[in-house]
Design a protein around this ligand. Structure first.
Ligand code: G3H
Ligand code: 13P
Ligand code: ZN
Length: 335
C-alpha cells in the first residue's frame, strides 16, 4: 500500500472548491503512455494549470499497473523540476481512476497511489448504483481519497467504456444519490458522449463547407441539477471537441474517420461558468496524436525511429492541452 501523498499527488477536493469559486474547470486528461504524460505535464506547467491525470482500466492494463504507479511518481518529479527550471510555481496534480467498474479495482488503485477514483455504476439500477458507490466512498474517505460517481448514461463506444444509448441524468435523483453515497463529485449525462462520433449526422445541421453542427447540450438539465445540489462539483465526461483540422489531417494521410463530430468549444466554455468543475478529454488527444503520426509517416516514409514520429505527436498534444487550458477550460494561471 502506498499513499498518494507519498507520491506527491493531491485529491480533488481543494481543486474543485477553487474551480467552483473561480468559475473555471479542472482539465482531466487521459494518458496511456510516456509521450502523453510528458505532454500533459509540460502543457500544464507552462500554462500554470492544475491537472487531473486520468487512467482508465484499459490504460492500466495497457501500461501495467506497477509501471503506472512509477510513471505517476515520475510525473510529479518531472513537474517539480520543470517548474523550478522555468521559474514557475509547482502545480497541483491528482491521479484519478477513470470509469472504475468495481470496488476491487477502485481499492487496488487507491492502494497503488491514486488520489481520486471514479466508480461508474451508472449502468446499474439506482439502488445498486447507490450501494456500490457508497461502498467505494466508505473505503476511500478514511484514506482522504476523493470519489466521483455517475448518474445517467453516456452513449459512445471506446475500447473499454461503451454504451449504445444515452440516458440523461434525472435531476430528481441527484439529492438522494449525493446524500446517500457521500460522493465528492457527480458525473452527469446532458448530451455529451465518448469517442469521435458524438452525434449522428441526422442529429446535426450541416454548414456549406460540410461541417456538422451538433444540437446544444441540455443546459436546462444542468441548471435543474445545480438548483437541487447547489455548489456541488459536477463532472462532464465525453467533452472532446473533435477538431476538424485534426480529422482532415488524418483523412488526407490515409485515415478513414467518417462523420466525426464533437462538442463545440463555446459550449464547454459556457459549462465552466456553472457548477462543472472537471472536464474529461481523451479523444482530442488521440486525434492529434494520430494526425501527427500519420502526417509524418506519409511525408517521411524512410523514417523508422519512433522518436521521429512520436516527437511531433507529443508537440501536437502540448499545443492542444495548452489551448484547452487557456481558451476553453479557463484553468491556466490557476495553479
Ligand atoms: O471515457 C473513456 C476514456 O476515453 C478511456 O477510454 O477505456 O479506451 O481507455 P479507454
Ligand atoms: P472523450 O472521448 O470525449 O475525450 O471523453 C473522454 C472521457 O470522458 C474520459 O472519461
Ligand atoms: Zn468518460
Amino acid at each position: 500500500m502506498i499513499s498518494y501523498k507519498e507520491l506527491g499527488f493531491v485529491n480533488t477536493r481543494g481543486m474543485f472548491k477553487k474551480a467552483m469559486e473561480g468559475k473555471y474547470a479542472i482539465p482531466a486528461y487521459n494518458f496511456n503512455n510516456m509521450e502523453q504524460i510528458q505532454a500533459i505535464i509540460t502543457a500544464c506547467v507552462e500554462t500554470q494549470s492544475p491537472v487531473i491525470l486520468q487512467v482508465s482500466s484499459g490504460a492500466r492494463k495497457y501500461a501495467n499497473a506497477t509501471l503506472l504507479q512509477y510513471m505517476g511518481k515520475g510525473a510529479v518529479e518531472m513537474m517539480k523540476n520543470m517548474a523550478q527550471e522555468k521559474g514557475l510555481r509547482e502545480i497541483p496534480m491528482a491521479l484519478h481512476l477513470d470509469h472504475g467498474d468495481s470496488f476491487e479495482l477502485c481499492k487496488s488503485c487507491i492502494e497503488s497511489g491514486f488520489s481520486s477514483v471514479m466508480i461508474d455504476a451508472s449502468h446499474h439500477s439506482f439502488e445498486e448504483n447507490i450501494a456500490l458507490t457508497k461502498k467505494v466512498v466508505d473505503y476511500a474517505h478514511p484514506l482522504d481519497v476523493t470519489v466521483e460517481g455517475e448518474l445517467g448514461v453516456l452513449a459512445g463506444i471506446e475500447d473499454d467504456v461503451s454504451a449504445e444509448k444515452s440516458t440523461y441524468t434525472q435531476p430528481e435523483e441527484v439529492i438522494e444519490f449525493v446524500k446517500k453515497t457521500g460522493v465528492d463529485s457527480l458525473a452527469i449525462s446532458i448530451g455529451t458522449s465518448h469517442g469521435a462520433n458524438k452525434f449522428k449526422p441526422e442529429q446535426c445541421t450541416k454548414t456549406a463547407d460540410g461541417v456538422y453542427v451538433p444540437p446544444e447540450l441540455r443546459f436546462d438539465i444542468l441548471e435543474e441539477i445545480e438548483r437541487k445540489i447547489a455548489g456541488f462539483p459536477i463532472v462532464l465526461h465525453g467533452s472532446s471537441s473533435v477538431p476538424m483540422e485534426a480529422v482532415k489531417i488524418i483523412n488526407s494521410n490515409g485515415g478513414a474517420l467518417k462523420d466525426a463530430v464533437g462538442i463545440p468549444e463555446e459550449q464547454l466554455r459556457k459549462a465552466t461558468k456553472s457548477a462543472v468543475c472537471k472536464i474529461n478529454i481523451d479523444s482530442d488527444g488521440r486525434l492529434w496524436m494520430t494526425a501527427a503520426i500519420r502526417k509524418h509517416m506519409n511525408e517521411k516514409p524512410a523514417d523508422f525511429d519512433p522518436r521521429k514520429y512520436l516527437g511531433p505527436a507529443r508537440e501536437a498534444l502540448i499545443k492542444m492541452y495548452k489551448h484547452k487550458n487557456e481558451h476553453v477550460l479557463g484553468s491556466a494561471g490557476k495553479a
